[in-house]
Design a protein around this ligand. Structure first.
Ligand code: GAL
Length: 381
């Protein structure tokens, strides 16, 4: 049994403490910060973008179970990657009397009226992994060091190509290597952070000719994949192969910012005959350690992914929600990086780890994120 839900000993202890001292609570949105309100009278609305990606399912379940372990009521909704659906779901949570909101936005700028309504009702809003932009009414942000994610992806690409060794030191391998670049959805604040982190590492190698982007598509606008859709990434890779590699040249590496995109890219490459001894798969990066991609990494089809422990992210969101609900201010570990266009949002950022085939055991199995059987099957229980 893997433990992606992350019911921690800390959570259990807090739940007992809360249960022991729980008094009669008022319920409804007025109870946030009311020290007489008990956890079971409080409702936390959790709004997640989509169930098409395994990571957001794990996130939603982890947040829900950790809140429930503290006795809070939880309303968890997935929005099918549809902006009006997400807005409507949040409106409904507010109407239901939510005392706090945890939101992973589809479009970081599309929820202003919901956030205004939440602020008017005194409901604290925690932005989950994706920063909500252009609003005063975002109270806290929990995420990872997103620039560092991009740096780690670029380093993994260079390591896979042999330009860097596993310690990050340059080898005498100088290429040139043909690479293509992918970015995430431009309405997601993270996409720019990932891209800028990656390009801070890759640009010098492009400038000195070690890496060659044969398509010439080197801007984030050209590389972006709307809504992080796997099929869109597959189509773009197909187009790149047809337009830039029809002269017998091959792709050696692909910067991909997310495992779902990586799988689309792999499908396009496999359909074009990559993945044989004569024409090996390029070195392909990823993010999220989704189980289908971990299997591909174990098999040697995908080069790497970036592991972001959703159990820990959920825990930080829950810790922050609990602080607000008890009338306190959550503890931030970054108060400078995440300017949402209106204010710098106090943040709690977690570290990330790069996963290659040879450290799946240590990073994902020893930590009980997945079992060996799940990795073998490419499917989580
Ligand atoms: C980003 C997130 C990534 C990945 C991507 C696609 O916002 O930070 O980890 O999940 O969305 O879902």
């Amino acid at each position: 049994m893997s433990n992606r839900l992350g019911l921690t000993a800390l959570g259990a202890t807090l739940a007992l403490t809360l249960a022991a001292c729980g008094g009669e609570g008022a319920g409804g949105s007025s109870s946030a910060g009311d020290e007489n309100a008990s956890a079971e009278d409080m409702l936390v609305g959790v709004s997640m973008p989509t169930q098409t990606s395994e990571r957001w399912i794990a996130d939603g379940e982890a947040v829900e179970s950790q809140l429930e372990a503290l006795d809070y009521q939880v309303e968890l909704a997935y929005a099918n990657d549809d902006i009006p659906t997400q807005a409507q779901q949040i409106d409904q949570m507010i109407t239901q009397g939510a005392d706090a909101l945890i939101i992973a936005a589809i479009d970081g700028t599309a929820l202003s009226s919901q956030l205004d309504a939440a602020a008017a009702a005194g409901i604290p809003v925690i932005s989950y992994d994706r920063l909500i932009r252009d609003s005063e009414n975002v109270d806290f942000y929990v995420s990872f060091d997103n620039f560092e994610v991009g740096v780690a992806q670029a380093n993994a690409l260079l390591t896979g190509l042999g330009i860097l060794d596993r310690e990050g030191e340059e080898t005498d391998v100088t290429g040139p290597f043909n690479v293509e670049l992918f970015a995430g959805s431009l309405d997601d604040n993270n996409a720019t952070f990932f891209w800028e982190g990656a390009m801070s590492v890759l640009q010098p190698y492009i400038d000195n000719g070690t890496l060659v982007v044969k398509s010439g598509q080197t801007s984030i606008e050209q590389a972006a994949i709307l809504r992080w859709q796997q099929e869109t990434a597959q189509r773009r890779m197909e187009d790149l192969l047809t337009s830039a590699y029809n002269d017998g040249s091959v792709v050696d590496g692909v910067l991909s910012p997310y495992d779902g995109l990586s799988r689309g890219i792999i499908t396009a490459l496999a359909n074009a005959g990559y993945g044989t001894d004569a024409k090996p798969m390029p070195v392909i990066t990823g993010q999220d350690a989704e189980i289908a991609s971990v299997k591909l990494i174990a098999e040697g089809t995908q080069g790497s992914t970036i592991f972001k422990d959703t159990r820990q992210l959920a825990e930080q969101a829950v810790v922050a929600a609990e602080a607000f609900l008890e009338g306190e201010t959550p503890e931030a570990n970054d108060t400078t990086t995440y300017d949402n266009g209106v204010k710098v949002v106090p943040s709690y950022l977690l570290p990330v780890e790069t996963v290659f085939a040879d450290n799946i055991q240590q990073t994902l199995i020893d930590t009980e994120y997945y079992t060996q059987a799940e990795v073998d099957a490419g499917q989580a229980d």
